[in-house]
Ligand binder design. Structure first.
Ligand code: PLP
Length: 361
């Protein structure tokens, strides 16, 4: 096999990044281990306990419980599953902002729950009145997003938690992307800030671990019982994960990255990413584009479709929001030099677009 993976030097749309060198090394060492079978692979199973302890520290969860999932999608599906199992309603529903990740659509589909989507406000955060109007006695779960995929917004987590409690529903926070930057902000998003029952928080995004390393945290270990099935041919007695065989590489790299970077390394990375996002937002604004103010290190701007396509043709890996804005995620591999080079290409395209074509009047 001759193929090489692509380099990250033009990747501006991904929510994953180059693993930290210690995470890459740990992933390689634990490649042939399976935390899904802890009786056979006890070393990686012990590392998974460490991973959950550290994720709990990051999310301010006393007595942390959970597991290292394949990603935010699995963590979100499992959170919906726990809530559905706990709910006694005949036709349980789940209430989520329109900014929620599409993984919840998969969850609703496979779990047979009704997904109720509520609008966001002018600042792309969930409209609390709409949530209040939407929940009822059959609501199994209310979802808040702490770091939305398209605009990097943080929903009002304490208020959402109160609404969930008022109707006896569970409360899930999707911090899959935001969880490794929010500890360094003033946002209220974690288990200490609100009655959060479950949380998605992914080491393989801002945590700089190798893929696959997602995180599911639960407020108390008993919640995992809702997911557990017995495992007759294994030496362990039950399994709460959605997948069976899992990558020990993800678990080991998550621990290695967190041991190396929490908290000082993640803090300085957050500051660097935030400064890059502000620089980029400013550069785009100066060129006349309408920019969504970056609350977290993610910039969205109203760049015409033709310009977007021309930038992609130049090799820039960029993406668009559902409303069509250019969207750039300032992940750890995104340097100021990359962004300056991107803006340079944008300028060259704009100059070309403004040069009158011969014969035009
Ligand atoms: N939740 C949020 C907020 C996300 O941004 C994403 C992906 O970007 C996910 C969940 C899904 O994560 P994954 O792709 O790791 O399954």
């Amino acid at each position: 096999m001759q193929a090489e993976p692509q380099s990250f030097d033009r990747v501006l749309s991904s929510m994953c990044t180059e693993p930290h060198p210690v995470a890459r090394d740990a992933a390689e060492r634990f490649l042939a281990t399976n935390p899904g079978d802890p009786g056979t692979y006890p070393a990686v199973a012990a590392l998974e306990d460490d991973a959950i302890a550290m994720l709990g520290e990051i999310a301010d969860l006393d007595e942390p419980a959970g597991y290292v999932a394949s990603g935010g999608t699995e963590a979100n599906i499992q959170a919906v599953r726990i809530a559905r199992e706990r709910c006694e309603a005949d036709t349980p529903n789940v209430v989520m902002p329109e900014s929620g990740h599409f993984s919840f659509r998969k969850a609703a589909d496979v779990l047979g729950v009704e997904l109720r989507i509520v609008p966001t406000d002018d600042d792309y955060r969930v409209d609390l009145d709409a949530v209040r109007a939407c929940v009822d006695e059959e609501t199994a779960l209310v979802i808040g997003v702490a770091g939305t995929t398209e605009y990097g917004r943080v929903d009002p987590i304490p208020e959402l938690g109160s609404i969930a409690r008022e109707v006896d529903a569970m409360f899930h926070v999707d911090a899959a992307w935001g969880g490794f930057v929010l500890p360094f902000t003033d946002y209220e998003w974690n288990f200490a800030h609100a009655p959060v029952d479950t949380m998605a928080i992914d080491p393989h995004k801002m945590g700089q671990a190798a893929v696959p390393a997602g995180g599911l945290l639960v407020r108390s270990a008993g919640l995992l019982d809702e997911l557990a099935v017995s495992t007759p041919y294994l030496e362990s007695t039950s399994q709460a994960t959605l997948t069976g065989t899992r990558s020990g590489a993800g678990v080991a790299s998550a621990v290695a990255a967190m041991e190396e970077l929490w908290p000082a390394g993640y803090r300085s990375q957050y500051v660097r990413s935030r400064n890059n996002a502000e620089w980029l937002a400013d550069a785009l604004e100066k060129r006349g584009y309408e920019v969504v103010d970056p609350a977290l290190p993610l910039v969205a701007a109203d760049v015409p479709r033709s310009t977007f396509d021309a930038l992609r043709a130049r090799g820039w890996r960029i993406s668009r929001t559902g409303s069509g804005e250019l969207r750039i995620v300032c992940m750890p591999h995104v340097s100021r030099e990359m962004l300056a080079s991107f803006i340079g290409d944008l300028d060259r395209l704009e100059v070309r677009a403004s040069v009158p074509i011969a014969g035009d009047d």
